[in-house]
Write a protein that binds this ligand. Sequence first.
Ligand SMILES: CCCCCCCCCCCCCCCC(=O)SCCNC(=O)CCNC(=O)[C@H](O)C(C)(C)COP(=O)(O)OP(=O)(O)OC[C@H]1O[C@@H](n2cnc3c(N)ncnc32)[C@H](O)[C@@H]1OP(=O)(O)O
Length: 221
Amino acid sequence: MTEKTFGPFELQKAYSTEPVPDDFVLRRRISTAMRTLSERVIRAEVDQATLQHWAEQLEAVVATVGEPERRDSKQANRKLFTGAATIEDLYHMMDFDPVSGGANPIAPQVTWVQEGQEGVEGTLRLGQQYQGPPGRVHGGVIAWILDAVLSRALHAAFRLGVTGTLNIRYLAGTPIEDTITCRARITGQEGRKIFIEGSIWHGDQQTVHAEGVWLTPKSLG
Ligand SMILES: CCCCCCCCCCCCCCCC(=O)SCCNC(=O)CCNC(=O)[C@H](O)C(C)(C)COP(=O)(O)OP(=O)(O)OC[C@H]1O[C@@H](n2cnc3c(N)ncnc32)[C@H](O)[C@@H]1OP(=O)(O)O
């Protein structure tokens, strides 16, 4: 049987509906364990002997992993644009995303509840490791997440571009350790410039407003 292949417009649908490849099931398990660990060790009140034990165990895992070769991610990208990407290629493109990729241990994991031409909405919960002021999310982390959320609105509308400018207005503190909602939508376009706005909400309270300009590459615009 020939393997199914995908082009750019099938990317997001296939990524959310096709079965997760076996190696990514394992990569996701590793990432989940690493994320859980980083949240649990932050400010853990334990004695010196316990810290010493954890340090040694973790250093042993790092030594076991060593420095493995990496797959070139440009290859999957090229295959996507010729309609020849396999589901494994799609996972290599999407699942290491630093904000919502299941196989990336630093990704806070946004759960997308809506993705379409009219905009995107996702929920997430940020732990102690993302704290800035006590009890609140670090402002740089907010910028990081919103860059990804506004980019997702671009991709959900089947457009491509890189962030040119991202302006953020912090309206109120965004709490850690509670569910927050992120939204974004395209508001306009002038030639290669695409205007996108986004927000973060805690319940009914908007805590952040963002707006930015994304630039479609000259080769595609
Ligand atoms: C189909 C679905 C597929 C999905 C597929 C998914 C794949 C999964 C990948 C996930 C990916 C995630 C991605 C996350 C989002 C990043 O993190 S992107 C990374 C961060 N951004 C960058 O690295 C961008 C770095 N900057 C650049 O490369 C270049 O400066 C730019 C932004 C491309 C602009 O360069 P340029 O195209 O040469 O621009 P230029 O011709 O000088 O100007 C064109 C116009 O844009 C304006 N402009 C230029 N620069 C800027 C700027 N920075 N700000 C505002 N306006 C600007 C100019 O004033 C000009 O305006 P007009 O005079 O026409 O009115």
